[in-house]
Design a protein around this ligand. Sequence first.
Ligand SMILES: *Cc1c(COP(=O)(O)O)cnc(C)c1O
Length: 441
Amino acid sequence: MKKDYIRPTIKRQFMGMANKFGSLNLPQVISEIDGHKIEDLIKGFGSPLFIFSENLIRKKIKEFKNAFESRYPNFQPTWSYKTNYLNSICKIFHEEGFWAEVVSSFEYQKARLNGVSGNKIIYNGPSKSYDSLKLAIIEGAKIHIDHLDELNDILKISAELEKTVSVSLRINLDTGTFPNWNRFGFNLESGQALEAARKISHSNGKLKLIGVHVHIGTFVLETNAYKIAAKKISDFYITLRDELKQPMNYIDLGGGYPSNSKLKSQYLNTSYLIPNFDTYAEIICKEIYDAFSPDEPPTLFTESGRAMVDEAGFLASSVVGTKLLPNGKRAYIMNAGVNLLYTSTWYDYKISILKNSGFGYEDSILYGPLCMNIDIIRENCLLPNLVKGDSILIHPVGAYNVTQWMQFIEMRPAVVLIDSKQNVKLIRRKETVEDLNCFES
Ligand SMILES: *Cc1c(COP(=O)(O)O)cnc(C)c1O
């Protein structure tokens, strides 16, 4: 029998509906930052462009300080220079009472030039030159010893200067997380750390131990790791104080708090996963406070980087060209790539669009400008159809990018800071070929 005729229809299919894989991540529309249109910033300073918000930095600092200061009597935060050592950014932290935490001679000099006195600098790192150690010692910096050869250097410096040098020990310990960071400092569980402390206490007055330090990792989502670290380092401190009679006065628990970014290995959005500063502070402060009660607890130092600044940093980037790949996938060539976004190895950044362009989202790949196969910012993201000249916003990118960016194929772009009075300040101009050529002869 002949079937009835049914008139064909076209039904529009909407992406973005919830399905068994969760809901799709449609791009957010962000057209301005702190009252400034991103399009205008690009017109004024070029593309690509790093944009930092002072308000967002100060907000984080406030949350962080409140979390620890309300729970601990003598707390001293320090700012991890390698996370972002643009002077204007560092100065915000110093204005808010943060000391400097540096891991090289160059960073030490930067901190000094930013007006931080030597006695407010923590000098960490596995590779401290003899001369930089000597200068830091003369200027009263807190030296965190990483290994025995460094300890021997400091003994020599003490003899040269004919003075007792105050030092601290960096230790590493097992917090039950993987991977276990055991390459920096002296291992606790094996007894190496105690042995190093004995060496200091038996140095005939050349050295005295004033603190112990541990930095357990980075992007540490596991709060229990801090509980274990805080307990172990407090017990170690008490052992040294009571057995070796060293005049210690601080514990430094490093950094490692996660930012609101999404690791490639993560399924859920980080906002569901990351504990806030209060959660970390509660665990850490309680553990240390309890270990020392009823005595006065030592000063607590922290050295956080990533969590303080990542979300305050944005990168505006523009489409240079579009392509359709042989498999039908939409590809965009952007003017910013892994040369500016070192952390793209680990993160799936949020990609936001500057204006709403209705429906028609397509699974797209974002390539950078380099003539290198690996130069990919995002392998998969839903984007509306963009054309040459359109811009997007990549975030959060405030941590570890403007320090690890490289001058490879492309030069580095300008960085602006929107300050707390909403003025736009050029805090690093874009590089020129003269800048690069000046080193050569
Ligand atoms: C890098 C570093 C930090 C900062 O770590 P974040 O994970 O960014 O908070 C702190 N202390 C030391 C010793 C470091 O090397």
